[in-house]
Design a protein around this ligand. Sequence first.
Ligand SMILES: Nc1ncnc2c1ncn2[C@@H]1O[C@H](COP(=O)(O)OP(=O)(O)OP(=O)(O)O)[C@@H](O)[C@H]1O
Length: 307
Amino acid sequence: MIEIDQLTKRYRKVLAVDQLTFTVRPGQVTGFLGPNGSGKSTTLRMVLGLARPTGGAATIGGLPFQQYGTGLRHVGALLDAGDLHKGRTAQTHLAGLARSNGLPRRRVREVLEQVGLAEVAGRRIGGFSLGMRQRLGIAGAVLGDPPVLIFDEPINGLDPEGIRWARELFRGLAAEGRTVLVSSHIMSEMENTADHLVVIGGGRLIADEPLAEFAARATTARVIVRAPDPAALAAVLREAEPAADVVVDGAEALTVTGFSAVRINELAFGHRVRVYEVTARGGSLEEAFMDMTAGSVQFRTADIGGA
Ligand SMILES: Nc1ncnc2c1ncn2[C@@H]1O[C@H](COP(=O)(O)OP(=O)(O)OP(=O)(O)O)[C@@H](O)[C@H]1O
């Protein structure tokens, strides 16, 4: 279990993490989501004792990370796949980690097989693709067979086959009862991977809930209606269902949540209100995530032009 309690990190003017509180439980994959610059890496670095919190605390199994002696037996992590000694081979890199963490040498061969790098074990890391480096980083994380695993953007650079492999690996590790925390800035990467979601924006907690609950909310069907007199139709719908969400969108359109397209048609017909078109739309998780974090996105596309 990873417990994050009022965790805060300030870098001069930037409040990177702002009183963040959440718990990562064993036996499931927790997706840690947020747009670029939302504070995911900073949070993970604090959990791993690589950055000192300005306030609050992060503990793993009730203790700060620094109190675990041979770290890799307790917590495995992939932080930055680029941060590897390029002159070493995959084999020597992992052998070094095994030695410094008091792990049996046979684990090196086992994890190289597990991540699909056995055949390139003797090649220098400098010649590895980003996907191969991610696999090597994942190998390092699982080397000590730890009960807690943290992966920062592990899907980055993997091809579709690699993504499927990583997803199954994470799910398998969770099914063995381990605590698995996986960060990403892309919702769709988490859709078939995570059981639970923690969403942050601007260093603050935005959502902490099972993926199924997030999905149920996100995919609530909206119905778009085109009608010559949308206000008249809105009045009919609001009278029929005061709790429904009815928004007049311009001169000839309505967006309605809480009614089926069929019911809207029937109500309109019953009240002799004319409609041109009734279209049902299911929202995607990606859309819901973007809506949810819109207020906190640091680098908007429009800013890039430098206007
Ligand atoms: N060492 C540092 N010094 C100063 N500011 C920093 C430092 N590390 C991170 N920041 C700032 O803190 C904020 C959060 O950054 P962080 O890397 O944690 O976000 P992230 O969610 O991991 O983003 P990404 O998805 O782009 O990796 C950003 O504004 C970043 O510029």
